[in-house]
Design a protein around this ligand. Structure first.
Ligand code: ADP
Length: 678
């Protein structure tokens, strides 16, 4: 028997391991099983290059629980270790600057283990004693046992062991008894070892017999040793990709597309990324890509490794070049990781372009489901946006799909305004905006349907990317103003008429909470609607964005502002204007004349730089007089407006057309309509 001290500079690392690695206890199993796999793979390599001439035998890794003795054992038939190997690989732990490092990364077990190559020692997170029973593949090697109880002292003994390979026996700590539970271990193996390249056996397959589960003769193999991403793309069929997807995400719907990543220069990276069919809520889907390092599961929190928008995708990325064993903040600043991330972006973009080119019909059919990825990608990743300009599609209200270039060609003729801007008309709701859409299409314009969550952001981005382009929602103004073709006849109203008619209609708009209206006049054609309601594109977009992101609540708080547009060429509007003018002339004209007088003197006084106090007083007086007269006038207009049902009727029809007429206002509209029919 030989006794010795483990070569660490720190007095005792085991309390450190236990204390700092508390949160990530589970990974000990991954480390121990990975070592067993490595030992097996090394033996295969030695055998294939002729350095090992013996029988390979059945190369499986076995994991077994012995509840009675409180042990968990991982056994392999790999290369094993000689006493010298144990001394070299187990006893001598490079442990420089340990305390400093531990203090820095105390929350991340992965970081510590990765940094020190402490894989094996993670066993002490859950064990009060660990025994290595091993026999090297080398001829005449003696089997040995190494035992350590968590203090820096260990024992080395020669033992009887017939088979080549290593058993790692963990004497599970009393406060870690869960690691003696079959379900727990099976779950851990399935999480971390599901795709390791050597069969991992955990007990026997069971069958239902005589009312209970019993063991069969067959080994219960936990893993798929040849997962799809390790196979050449040319050897895989669609079914294989789908099967693998369901292996990763049991019970999920088929994915829409997939992309096989396969690089070996300038870094090694393989993987398969899937576009899943997303449910409506983006957030719940995050964190579904799994990162592997040589088929060992490392994490499914991939932030920083893949570009943000790909967090919505699923699948597997496997790379020994991603320093997965380090802390997250380190990962994000790592140059290699940045390169990998931008490579993935490039690859995804070019594959999408291929799919679009070669299978356009399928791409179009699935567009509604994948657009969220592409739009999100374009919004958050400049490089991706550039590439995606070739295959991002626009859909119109007839559900025809166009590339950006195709769409430009389509609307160029009809939808270029007098300043040479290409005007993209869009709707966000086919039903609610029906009449606006119809108006536009009747006129030979095309209307896009942009109805997804990212719509307003996407539109904003396209406006920046496309030259001389403007996006306007069909209901944001009258058609003539959306695409201004030539300088148009404006409504010819005298100042007096304008102020009277404005008040005439303004006074009759029913009060709607958090909603304001501006009354304006346009000389449209006699066939256009008499009254229309539009909402400014700018304000609407600001409010939509405010709803999606914090810090913009200023816009969110503002009321909705609509324009009530009266078509002064329409016979009905003409009639109302004439009738009201006649009815109000007697009352309003003298008031208007007085107001005009007052305004004139006020203006003159205001312009005077060295006005005397007396003059200032006159000015103030004038202003309050004018205000009082204006009030009187408005009262008179309002009183008249109430007697003319046409005013209210026209307003209500416009409100109704925008789903803004509700409650009491709707009720009085209905009653008034019946009265008008009498
Ligand atoms: P790493 O695996 O990162 O090198 P570990 O602490 O996990 O660090 O293991 C240290 C070394 O011990 C390994 O490199 C290997 O040489 C040896 N070793 C561990 N487990 C086994 C095993 N099951 N069979 C053979 N050698 C092993």
């Amino acid at each position: 028997m030989q006794k010795g001290k483990i070569g660490v500079t720190t007095e005792n690392i085991f309390p450190v391991i236990k204390k700092f690695l508390y949160s990530d206890h589970d990974i000990f199993l991954r480390e121990i099983v990975s070592n067993a796999i490595d030992a097996t793979q090394k033996l295969k390599t030695l055998s294939s290059c002729g350095e090992y001439k013996g029988e390979l035998g059945e190369l499986k890794v076995r994991v077994a629980i012995d509840k009675e003795n409180g042990t968990l054992t991982v056994s392999d038939s790999g290369i094993g270790m000689t006493a010298e190997d144990v001394d070299k690989y187990i006893n001598q732990i490079a442990f420089s600057g340990a305390e400093e490092f531990l203090a820095k990364y105390k929350d991340s077990a992965n970081a510590i283990i990765g940094h020190f190559g402490l894989g094996f020692y993670s066993a002490f997170m859950v064990s009060k004693k660990v025994e290595i029973r091993t026999k090297s593949y080398k001829e005449d090697a003696k089997a040995i046992s190494w035992t350590c109880d968590g203090s820096p002292e260990f024992e080395l003994n020669e033992i009887e062991k017939a088979e080549r390979g290593t058993d790692i026996v963990l004497y599970i700590d009393d406060d870690c008894k869960e690691f003696l539970e079959k379900d727990k271990i099976e779950a851990l193996l399935k999480k971390y070892c599901k795709f390791l390249p050597v069969p991992i056996v955990f007990g026997k397959k069971q069958e239902w017999k005589d009312g209970k589960w019993v063991d069969t003769e067959e080994d219960n193999v936990i893993n798929n040793t040849k997962p799809a991403w390790t196979v050449q793309p040319s050897e895989l069929k669609d079914e294989d990709y789908l099967k693998f997807y369901h292996e990763l995400y049991p019970g999920e719907e088929d994915p829409l597309f997939w992309i096989h990543l396969n690089v070996d220069y300038p870094f090694t990276l393989t993987g398969i990324l899937y576009f899943p069919k997303l449910k409506s809520n983006i957030d719940v889907q995050k964190d579904r890509i799994q990162l592997y390092c040589n088929q060992v599961f490392v994490t499914d929190s991939v932030e920083g490794v893949v570009p943000d928008f790909m967090m919505l995708m699923r699948g597997v990325i496997d790379s020994p070049d991603i320093p997965l064993n380090v802390s997250r903040s380190y990962l994000q600043s790592d140059a290699n990781v940045k390169k990998i991330s931008s490579y993935i972006t490039k690859k995804v973009a070019s594959q999408l372009e291929n799919i679009f080119k070669n299978r356009r019909q399928e791409f179009e059919e699935k567009w509604n489901d994948i657009k969220i990825f592409i739009e999100y990608g374009m919004l958050t990743d400049e490089k991706f946006a550039e590439a995606a300009m070739k295959f991002a599609l626009l859909a119109n209200t007839d559900d025809k799909k166009f590339t950006l270039d195709e769409y430009k060609e389509l609307i160029k003729g009809e939808q270029t305004d007098k300043d040479g801007y290409l005007v993209y008309l869009y709707a966000t709701d086919k039903t609610a905006q029906y009449s606006y859409i119809k108006n536009a299409t009747d006129k030979g314009y095309d209307v896009l349907l942009i109805d997804d969550q990212l719509g307003s952001h996407f539109v904003g981005m396209l406006e920046q990317k496309l030259e001389k382009a403007r996006f306007v929602r069909v209901d944001s103004d009258i058609l003539e103003n959306l695409i201004v073709k030539a300088d148009r006849k404006s409504a010819e109203l005298s100042a007096e008429d304008r102020s009277v008619f404005t008040e005439l209609f303004r006074s009759q708009i029913p009060a709607i909470e958090k909603t304001e209206f501006l009354v304006t006049f346009e000389a449209l054609s006699a066939e256009s609607s008499p009254v229309m309601i539009t909402q400014s594109e700018y304000m609407r977009r600001m409010k939509e964005m405010a709803a999606m992101q914090r810090g913009m609540s200023f816009y969110g708080e503002l009321p909705d502002t609509y324009s009530l547009i009266l078509n002064t060429e329409h016979p009905l509007v003409k009639r109302v204007m004439e009738e009201s003018k006649a009815a109000l002339a007697e009352k309003v004209s003298p008031l208007e004349a007085k107001i005009a007088d007052l305004t004139k003197t006020s203006e003159a006084l205001r312009e005077k730089k060295d006005a005397t106090d007396a003059e200032k007083e006159i000015l103030a007086n004038n202003e309050s007089q004018a205000e009082a007269l204006r009030k009187e006038e408005n009262e008179a207009i309002k009183a008249y407006a109430q007697t003319n049902p046409l005013v209210r009727q026209m307003i209500d029809i416009a409100l109704l057309g925008n789903n803004l007429l509700k409650g009491e206002a709707l009720d009085s509209f209905l009653k008034r309509s019946i009265d008008l029919l009498k």
